[in-house]
Ligand binder design. Sequence first.
Ligand SMILES: Cc1ncc(COP(=O)(O)O)c(C=O)c1O
Length: 436
Amino acid sequence: MRHAYPDGDVFYRRLDRPFPLAVSAHGATIVDEEGREYLDASGGAMVANVGHGVEEIAEAVAEAAHIGYINGLQFTQRWVEELATELRAVLPDELRRPYFLCSGSEAVEAAVKLARQIWVECGRSSKWKVISRVPSYHGNTLTALSLSGREHYRRIYGPLLTELPRIPAPDSYRHPESEATTGEALEREIERQGADTVAAFLAEPIVGSSGGAVVPSREYWRRVVDTCRRHDVLLIADEVLCGMGRTGRWLASEHFGLTPDVLVLGKGLGGGVAPLSAVVAREELVTTLAGGSGAFNHAQTYSHHPVSCAAGLATLRYLRRERLVDRCAALERPFFEALERLRRDSRVGDIRGKGLLAGIELVADRDSKEPFPRSARFAERLTAAAMARGLIVWPNTGHVDGDRGDLIMLAPPFTIGEDEIGEIAARLAAALGDIE
Ligand SMILES: Cc1ncc(COP(=O)(O)O)c(C=O)c1O
């Protein structure tokens, strides 16, 4: 049977093309019903950090499933308790109390609400605005989307979005000297808005798919932290994509000596085996709530869920025991060295990233950095060409001006072999050669 609209009964993610039916997966390989193998170079949506088919994680999830639904307001249970404790071993001491949810979007929304609630409970209820950046991506629910700088996701929902201040994100490839890249833009925006109205600044320490693995300077983050402190603005680090080891450290924040006030985790936190995200606040913020209203005012039916937490717990134990974050850091060099061969194609403008997170920026003209016209659909065509060669990559578009800009994101599992890294580079180079 062809798995495509309107043949199947599913409301597929795309209604204009067929889908292969995945039947099994192991390591960095996904197998479809025809026995065709795909090398998963993006961990799906930058999720599958431990690879596919890790038996001990599947077993842990199955075991937790036996207890069924346990509500987080009525009970605690061992999976949530143990996961919170296990996380303490890898997170900064100040960030020791995770509040578990399911998706990154939910966790971003919760982080923003938490920041607002903190200021209200501190008697400073004029502080409500959250400043974010463009380009950026923080999720697809309405507030997370309001905070995201991704025009093509936002366009048709405009009337439903909240107007919130956004500043340009650092871009060391196109605008190395700009205020955005140096961190000055935040200071100006807080002053423009009035610090007494600004609750928080939300940003990814290392930009994920929206900007193509942009690694800002240490100085950028030093400045941002200093600006936030001076203006009593909470710093929310969205590490949904770049956290949990993806950049070769448990948190991308560590590369910059940065400890946020509120941390958001997701994607790889549950190993991709069950939906799991978390909001982790500094202890003093939790203490404020404990001494005030007594709770974070954010109820969700599936928060603190045993099955999701079991996936997180087993994933974290596996990552630690197998020293996979160290492995991710050690593979950074061979990974980026292998990708260098792509530069032989003049349409590859930049290759950047950290650990096992890479962004490849594709341009019409390498000297002027002129992007392709959107009508060329370059990133999408390259992704399809890669898929035809059995290689899964993640496209992103629009980061240059909300319309133009073509990126390919790579985020293979930390268990990937060096031979497979070579294969990723070879297949991507061949796919580039397949398209005009
Ligand atoms: C940085 C970042 N934040 C938040 C999200 C939203 O996460 P989810 O898709 O799980 O809702 C994403 C998803 O790609 C992301 O990359």
